[in-house]
Design a protein around this ligand. Structure first.
Ligand code: HEC
Ligand code: HEC
Length: 197
């Protein structure tokens, strides 16, 4: 298992090296936008999803997007809808697409959800220190995703998946972080995060 993780880390590093500024091939957001036209059918215009089960990509850290696409392409992370769209992307495509979506703004409608659940979720997120990895405003950083404003149903499914060890996790950190969560905790966290503006 450790060996597999090391291999994945090495593959990710190879791709991500390309995304670093100053390295020969700079990410090209305009080329990424062309490649991203097939993605918006599911992920929404400019990567702002209107579908509960499908994540928004707008404003996600570029490194997170590129890493996840790599994991889908290599068959580590699997989803019947998503996997075919990653299968034929080159390393350059991954980085260009990431550069495009990271630059889009996650514009969201006004908060509608239930305030009590969101307040419980806010307290839990504080106690469990989700900001330690996901960043002070839960906007993500490097290979760690933005959670603020993400689709509620998607957040719920992923948290359940980490807890059950069915969602792929590159370094196991998130799987550990999800272990203490009850179903009720997951509901409140998803309500809080989805409504975070
Ligand atoms: C047919 C619908 C569909 C299309 C088209 C599609 N995706 Fe996805 N995508 C999904 C679904 C569903 C998921 C969530 C999978 C899961 O639950 O693990 C996903 C997940 C992702 C993720 C992980 C996001 C996260 O927050 O973990 C990225 C990145 C992504 N897609 C990028 C793309 C890109 C880039 C394209 C176009 C090249 C694309 N997708 C096309 C349905 C689609
Ligand atoms: C020790 C670091 C760490 C902590 C603490 C942590 N996370 Fe994570 N989280 C990660 C990493 C790394 C990933 C990406 C995992 C991967 O796909 O390889 C992630 C992914 C996620 C995702 C998937 C989002 C998506 O777009 O696919 C959700 C949801 C999430 N975390 C919620 C939380 C919540 C809620 C907390 C607090 C209870 C939390 N995390 C605490 C590191 C952490």
């Amino acid at each position: 298992m450790i060996y597999v993780h090391r291999l994945i880390a090495r593959a990710a590093a190879a791709v991500l090296a390309v995304a670093l500024p100053g390295v020969a091939i700079a990410a090209d957001a305009a080329a990424g936008m062309q490649k991203a036209q097939v993605c918006i059918a599911c992920h929404g215009p400019e990567g702002v999803s209107a579908t509960p089960a499908i994540p928004s990509l707008a404003g996600q850290p570029a490194q997170f997007i590129a890493t996840q696409l790599l994991m889908f392409r290599e068959g580590k992370r699997k989803d019947p809808q998503m996997s075919p769209f990653a299968a034929n992307l080159t390393n350059t495509d991954l980085n260009n697409i990431a550069a495009y979506f990271t630059a889009q703004k996650l514009t969201l409608p006004a908060v509608t959800a239930d305030a009590a659940a969101a307040q419980t979720g806010a307290n839990l997120a504080r106690q469990l220190n989700c900001v330690q990895c996901h960043g002070p405003a839960l906007l993500g950083q490097q290979h760690i995703p933005r959670l603020a404003g993400q689709q509620r149903e998607y957040l719920r499914t992923q948290l359940r998946g980490f807890k059950a060890s069915t969602r792929f996790d590159m370094d196991g950190q998130m799987t550990s972080a999800a272990q203490p969560l009850s179903d009720a905790d997951i509901e409140s966290l998803a309500a809080y995060l989805a409504n975070l503006r």
